[in-house]
Design a protein around this ligand. Structure first.
Ligand SMILES: C[S@@+](CC[C@H](N)C(=O)[O-])C[C@H]1O[C@@H](n2cnc3c(N)ncnc32)[C@H](O)[C@@H]1O
Length: 135
């Protein structure tokens, strides 16, 4: 994404994952800032963000941390910003989410604009647009 002109920040709470991502960014000559941190405690980041991309993280959060993540996404995304998420369904993993459940979690301050079923593992792609006003 950095190579396509985005200003990118990457977050993971596992140092090994951050190091691997740093190496990939370096190999691609991409300028990316990385933080080792918990995605349910993003107080160290300041809005506005145009996009939050989550591929396979949200579905692995403990259920009682999901709302903290949603609150963080709501705080960080600018109006019209997008939360794009790939998540397993319950059939794929015990902690996966059914589309109805996912859409319900992001009902306040977001509009679900698109849902696409993933290929391979039972999974779903979600597009949520941040809306500061409901109308
Ligand atoms: C399936 S992997 C992501 C793979 C990556 N998106 C990719 O496409 O290569 C899920 C990642 O989420 C991270 N993760 C899970 N819970 C987290 C949390 N609460 N805070 C930060 N990272 C977390 C894990 O450490 C792991 O690296």
């Amino acid at each position: 994404m950095a190579k396509h002109g985005w200003d990118v920040i990457g977050v993971d709470f596992v140092g090994k994952a951050i190091n691997a991502a740093k190496q990939k960014a370096k190999a691609a000559n991409a300028d990316v800032e990385f933080f080792q941190g918990d995605v349910t405690q993003l107080d160290f980041l300041n809005p506005p963000f145009d996009l939050i991309l989550d591929i396979g993280c949200f579905h692995s959060l403990p259920i009682d941390r999901r709302s903290a993540y949603v609150n963080g996404a709501r705080r960080l995304l600018t109006s019209g910003g997008v939360f794009l998420c790939y998540a397993f369904k319950p059939e794929a993993r015990m902690s996966g989410l059914a589309p109805d459940e996912m859409i319900d979690l992001f009902k306040d301050g977001f509009v679900n604009t698109k849902v696409e079923h993933g290929e391979g593992m039972p999974s779903t792609w979600y597009w949520f647009e941040r809306r500061f006003h409901s109308s």
